[in-house]
Design a protein around this ligand. Structure first.
Ligand SMILES: Cc1ncc(COP(=O)(O)O)c(C=O)c1O
Length: 442
C-alpha cells in the first residue's frame, strides 16, 4: 500500500480480513473485468448466484445457502430463520463476541443476566430477547440448559477475534449436543473463520456441524458480501423450500421476509465465484500453508516479546493474528503508531491478517518493523521491559539503538523530532533555509 505522501506499507489489516489472497488478485480482477463488460444490473436472478451458493454448500458441507451484502445482514437473516422455524424468541450470545451492527447484537450482559445495549442509540427493548453469557464456561452451559425450552438459537463466534487463542472445543461439543437434542438452532458466525481456517471453517476445526452458519469477507474476494448456509430445515425458511415448475411441488415451509436491493450484486457474485473456485482448485493446503505461515510469524513475535518481558502477547487463529497488551500502561497506544510509521499498515486494536500473497520477506519485514518500533519505545523508556544489569534492555541488535536525552533540549528552542532512521532527535530552525529545520548533532 502507498499513502498519499508515497510512503509504502505492508498491509496486515487486509480489508478487515476480506482479502485472503492479497490486494486485487489477478483471478478476481479477471472475473470482475469480465462482469463489468457484461453488465452489472441488479434485478433478474443472475446465473452466478446459483454457482456461488453451490460452491458455498460444497466447500462447507451445507444443504443450502443464500446470499446478502454483509456479514451483519447474514447474522440478521440467521436469527430470523431460527426464530421462524422454532417459533421462539430468546437467543443466547456471548460476551466478547462480535456479530456486526444489528441493534440486537450490540449488547452487553450482566452477572444478573440482564442485557443492555452496548452503544448509544440502541433502545433497551431491542436487546430484551438476548441472553448474554460468558463464552466457554461451564456456568454458561448450565444456564443454557435451564433456558433450552425457550431458546430459538445460540449464536456463537466460534473463535472470537478478540480472543483468538481461546478455542473451547469441549464447550462447543457439549453445546452442539445440547442444542441438537432440544431443537434449538446452533448458529456459527463464521464471518471471519469461514473458508479461512479451512474450507469447512471453524465447524471443521471443532468437528461439529452448526444448523446455520453465517459468512462474509473471504467468500466475497474483496467485494461486499454476506452468506447464510445450513440445514434445509432452517434455510427453507427463506424461500419455502425446494419446488419446481412442471409438477405439483410447491414451497411448503413457512417463510420469513429477507431481501435487499443489492443482494446478489453481479460484482460480488463474480468475485465470490472466482475466490471459491480458487479455494477449491488449490485444495486444503492453501489454508494449511497460510495458517502455518501466520503461526510461524506469531511465534517469532512472541519470542521477541518474551525475551524482553514486554507486556505484549500475540495470539492467532488460522491467518488472523492480534497484538494484545497483557496489562494497561501509559502510552501503550504508541506502539501501533510506530509500527505503522515503520511501514506496517495496522489499525489500533484491530485483528490483523496474513494473506497468501505475503512473501517470507514481507513476514520478515513485519517482524523487523515490530522489533524496531519496540526498540524505539525502549530508547525513550516508554514501554515496560526487562532491564539488564547495565540498565540497557536485553535486546537483539536492531538498527535503532541510539539514545538521545529527550528530557531536555540540548540547545535553546530545539524541538523534538525524528532522524531519517526514525530515532528521536532534536531540531532547530535552519538559518540557511527559512521555515525548515536542521538536526542537532549530539
Ligand atoms: C464474526 C463477525 N460477524 C459479523 C461481522 C459483521 O460483518 P460486516 O462487517 O460484513 O457486516 C463481523 C465483522 O467483522 C465479524 O467479525
Amino acid at each position: 500500500m502507498w499513502d498519499i505522501d508515497g510512503n509504502e506499507y505492508v498491509d496486515v489489516l487486509n480489508g478487515f480480513g476480506s482479502n485472503m489472497f492479497g490486494h486485487s488478485p489477478q483471478f478476481v480482477v479477471d472475473a470482475l473485468t469480465k462482469q463489468l463488460e457484461q453488465g452489472y444490473e441488479v434485478g433478474p436472478q443472475h446465473p452466478l448466484a446459483g454457482e456461488l451458493t453451490q460452491l458455498i454448500c460444497e466447500l462447507t458441507g451445507s444443504d443450502r445457502a443464500a446470499l446478502c451484502n454483509t456479514g451483519s445482514e447474514a447474522v440478521l437473516g440467521a436469527l430470523r430463520m431460527a426464530r421462524t422455524v422454532t417459533g421462539k424468541n430468546l437467543v443466547v450470545a456471548f460476551n466478547n463476541s462480535y456479530h456486526g451492527i444489528n441493534d440486537e447484537v450490540i449488547v452487553r450482559g450482566t452477572k444478573k443476566l440482564k442485557s443492555m445495549p452496548a452503544s448509544a442509540g440502541i433502545m433497551p427493548g431491542a436487546v430484551e430477547n438476548m441472553l448474554i453469557l460468558d463464552y466457554g464456561t461451564d456456568e454458561a452451559l448450565q444456564i443454557i440448559k435451564q433456558h433450552l425450552h425457550e431458546l430459538a438459537a445460540v449464536l456463537v463466534e466460534p473463535v472470537q477475534s478478540r480472543m483468538a487463542d481461546f478455542q473451547p472445543k469441549e464447550f462447543i461439543t457439549q453445546l452442539r449436543a445440547m442444542t441438537q437434542e432440544a431443537d434449538v438452532a446452533l448458529i456459527f458466525d463464521e464471518v471471519i473463520t469461514g473458508f479461512r481456517y479451512a474450507q469447512g471453517g471453524a465447524q471443521e476445526f471443532y468437528g461439529v456441524k452448526a444448523d446455520i452458519a453465517t459468512y462474509g469477507k473471504v467468500c466475497g474476494g474483496g467485494m461486499p458480501i454476506g452468506a447464510m448456509a445450513g440445514t434445509k430445515k432452517y434455510m427453507d425458511a427463506l424461500d419455502g423450500g425446494m419446488w419446481q415448475y412442471g409438477d405439483a411441488s410447491v414451497p411448503e415451509a413457512g417463510v420469513t421476509y429477507f431481501a435487499g436491493t443489492f443482494v446478489r450484486h453481479p460484482f460480488a457474485l463474480a468475485a465470490g465465484v472466482a475466490s471459491l473456485q480458487h479455494l477449491k482448485t488449490q485444495g486444503p493446503q492453501l489454508q494449511q500453508q497460510l495458517n502455518a505461515k501466520t503461526k510461524g510469524m506469531v511465534e517469532q513475535l512472541n519470542a521477541f516479546c518474551y525475551a524482553l518481558d514486554l507486556p505484549i502477547a500475540f495470539t492467532n487463529f488460522a491467518s488472523l493474528f492480534k497484538m494484545k497488551y497483557k496489562h494497561e500502561y501509559p502510552f501503550s497506544e504508541f506502539l501501533f503508531h510506530l509500527w505503522r510509521m515503520n511501514g506496517v499498515h495496522v489499525l489500533d486494536g484491530f485483528p490483523c491478517f496474513l494473506t497468501t500473497s505475503h512473501t517470507e520477506a514481507d513476514v520478515q519485514f513485519i517482524v523487523d518493523a515490530f522489533k524496531k518500533s519496540v526498540n524505539e519505545l525502549i530508547a525513550l523508556d516508554l514501554i515496560p521491559h526487562k532491564k539488564t544489569t547495565n540498565g540497557q534492555a536485553k535486546t537483539e541488535p536492531v538498527a535503532v539503538t541510539k539514545k538521545v536525552d529527550v528530557s531536555k533540549p540540548p540547545v535553546p528552542n530545539a524541538r523534538l523530532g525524528k532522524d531519517p532512521q526514525g530515532n528521536p532527535a532534536w531540531f532547530v530552525a535552519d538559518p540557511a533555509r527559512p521555515g525548515k529545520f536542521m538536526m542537532v548533532q549530539q
